[in-house]
Design a protein around this ligand. Structure first.
Ligand code: AGP
Length: 612
């Protein structure tokens, strides 16, 4: 998620823009920039890799005057985080500057067409394609900037929130949105723009939430005007803002973690977007390295924490769908184990931050010993991503809560697509199987949205278990790692001891723990091992243990046994960890909140463990 700020009519636009960027830094940043139109009609564009503070230092010696400007903090999706790829981007003749939040899916086709018309590009971004397209339409047809913007937006496919400044129109700022948020603040003598209301809240409480396919014409002297992409008048619906800055950054949720749990339908949509077409999986990381994946003799997955749990699930997926032997290693153990790695092995490094020291070191060792290095990361241009030969980003946006939620479901979804793509390549899955699983992957955002409706019942259920001292999480097959993940979520934010185990392993010792003070969470969807899990539940109940069971909707058998059942929609077995994770995240969250824990920043933990 990138952050956009704009303003027109303010005495010192620059200071408002910079302060607004700081307010939006929680949305993620790897570079930032500003475009200012000064009173001499000069359009000054300054941008730099790094944080907003780095941009401020860069601007110290620059002309930052002017009462019209736009600014941007970037969370890279296309192109490395660097000065050139940072926003704003300008058209060919430098008269237009644009900032953008979103993804333009057909940018490559548009770029090729513009190059054929003589446009030259400076960056790798989809955003530059858009502003160059606007400039080209304006120049080639002689139409107005507004008309060129409108025409360009009709040609792009994808999501966008944009702000546009035209050097030749000092009295006007344009904004438009489709799927990415944009808020206009109506001030006294000045008008403001933000990706959310946090940059505006200190200047005004009168806001207009731009709707999809709308364009706003924000002028110095005229009232705000809104039109639609097909040029019909839009309604200016002014609302009064009632949220604090802190609430705004969390989207109105009490914690980033809950916001990120509820973001998962959208983040999975972004994760999957453009990667399943006509019932087939299209991953550039596989397409560009077909021979590597076709001939691979072994996959070694290295990761830590939640990412390691995703790796264990990935192992099952590769075994089932691509029939490749897989080893999953704690990165911290692997790096000191003098590992046997051969040419022809693929090492997959899974890391949300892309900066985990153990994972980076493990990846480097495997690569030095001949493995092909593949990354499954969230942060574009992160150290681990840069250290790999190829990879697939999970595209779930910045994850602020220390306890990983949307990154985990994004990782497992990418691993499912990766295993399917490799299975397609190696011929270990039929076209029918691919089509069926691919359709289920595409349906995941809706399924997660349905599953999130469990929130209220889980919040009530959590009150029963707030004061227990231990929890067991049990699952089988692909849901044994899910049990590990559920236990980790509870441990790290509530500080209650919790242990994940393969359900069948209980009889080899841990069942001695069962009594009426030790609740057990079972991940028990309708799959090939369902009957086995039922007998495990019976073993726990027979010894006085209480059972919370995550079951497939309509499972009346377990409902008669468990103390509490949480019903999730039916999905193919290989995808059940993605859906089962939701009630586990919510259970941990609500218990932790009831215990008064600092959910977003639990004690002793860091979001990214960049040291050993
Ligand atoms: C997960 O909730 C934890 N915050 C932690 O285990 C995390 O998954 C681990 O540190 C790995 O981080 P990474 O994915 O950024 O490499």
């Amino acid at each position: 998620m990138c952050g956009i700020v704009g303003c027109i009519g303010a005495e010192n636009a620059y200071s408002i823009l910079i302060k607004g960027l700081h307010r939006l830094e929680y949305r993620g940043y790897d570079s930032a920039g500003v475009a200012l139109l000064n009173d001499n009609g000069e359009l000054n564009v300054y941008k730099s890799r790094g944080k907003v503070n780095d941009l401020e230092r860069f601007c110290e010696s620059k002309d930052c005057s002017g009462s019209l400007g736009i600014a941007h903090t970037r969370w890279a999706t296309h192109g490395e985080p660097n000065d050139v790829n940072a926003h704003p981007h300008c058209c060919q003749n430098g008269t237009l500057a644009l900032v953008h939040n979103g993804t333009i899916e057909n940018y490559a086709v548009l770029r090729e067409a513009l190059e054929q018309h003589g446009c030259s590009f400076r960056s790798e971004t989809d955003t530059e394609v858009l502003v160059q397209l606007i400039g080209y339409i304006k120049q080639s047809s002689g139409c107005s900037t507004l008309e060129a913007l409108r025409e360009a937006l009709q040609q792009v496919v994808g999501a966008y929130a944009v702000a546009l400044v035209d050097r030749e129109q000092p009295d006007c700022l344009y904004a438009a949105r489709k799927s990415s948020p944009l808020v206009i603040g109506i001030g006294d003598g000045a008008t403001f723009l933000g990706s959310d209301a946090s940059p505006l809240v200190e200047f005004t409480d009168k806001v207009v939430y731009l709707k999809d396919n709308e364009i706003a014409i924000i002028s110095r002297s005229e009232p705000l005007k809104v039109i639609t992409n097909d040029n019909t008048p839009g309604k200016v619906d002014i609302k009064t803002l009632k949220m604090s800055v802190s609430q705004l950054e969390k989207g109105g949720y009490p914690h980033f973690m809950l916001k990120e749990i509820f973001e998962q339908p959208d983040t999975l949509h972004d994760c999957i977007r453009g990667r399943i077409v006509d019932g087939k999986v299209l991953l550039s990381g596989v397409r560009d390295n077909e021979e590597v994946f076709r001939s691979a003799r072994r996959i070694i997955i290295v990761a830590c924490g939640t990412s390691w749990h995703a790796g264990l699930i990935g192992k099952r997926l590769f075994l089932d769908l691509a029939r490749i032997p897989v080893e999953v290693e704690y990165a911290s153990e692997f790096r000191y184990s003098n590992p046997v790695v051969n040419r022809g092995d693929i090492v997959v490094a899974i890391s949300q931050s892309g900066e985990t020291a153990d994972t980076l070191a493990a990846l480097q060792i495997a690569r030095e010993r001949g493995a092909f290095a593949y990354g499954v990361c969230n942060v574009v241009g992160s150290s681990i991503a840069r250290e790999t030969d190829s990879g697939t980003y999970i595209h779930v946006g910045p994850e602020i809560g220390v306890a990983s939620t949307k990154a985990f479901t994004g990782q497992v979804t990418v691993l499912a697509m990766l295993a399917l793509a490799v299975g397609q390549l190696r011929g270990t899955v039929s076209a029918e199987q691919v089509k069926e699983i691919a359709a289920s992957i595409k349906a995941l955002p809706g399924i997660i949205r349905t599953t999130l409706k469990l929130n209220d019942s889980i919040r009530h259920l959590s009150g029963i278990y707030t004061y227990v001292h231990n929890f067991l999480y049990l699952g089988r097959g692909v849901n044994f790692p899910t049990a590990l993940e559920g236990a980790l979520k509870l441990k790290e934010i509530s500080y209650i001891h919790a242990e994940g185990y393969p359900a069948a392993e209980m009889k080899h010792g841990p069942i001695a723990l069962i009594d009426n003070e030790l609740p057990t969470v079972f991940i028990a969807p309708m799959d090939d091992l369902h009957e086995k899990v039922i007998s495990n539940i019976q073993q726990v109940k027979a010894r006085g243990g209480s059972v919370i069971a995550i079951v497939t909707e309509g499972d009346e058998t377990i409902a008669t046994m468990a103390d509490h059942t949480l019903e999730i929609p039916r999905v193919p077995e290989c995808l059940s960890p993605v859906v089962s994770a939701i009630p586990l995240q919510l259970l941990a969250y609500h218990i932790a909140v009831m215990k008064g824990r600092d959910v977003d920043m639990p004690r002793n933990l860091a979001k990214s463990v960049t040291v050993e």
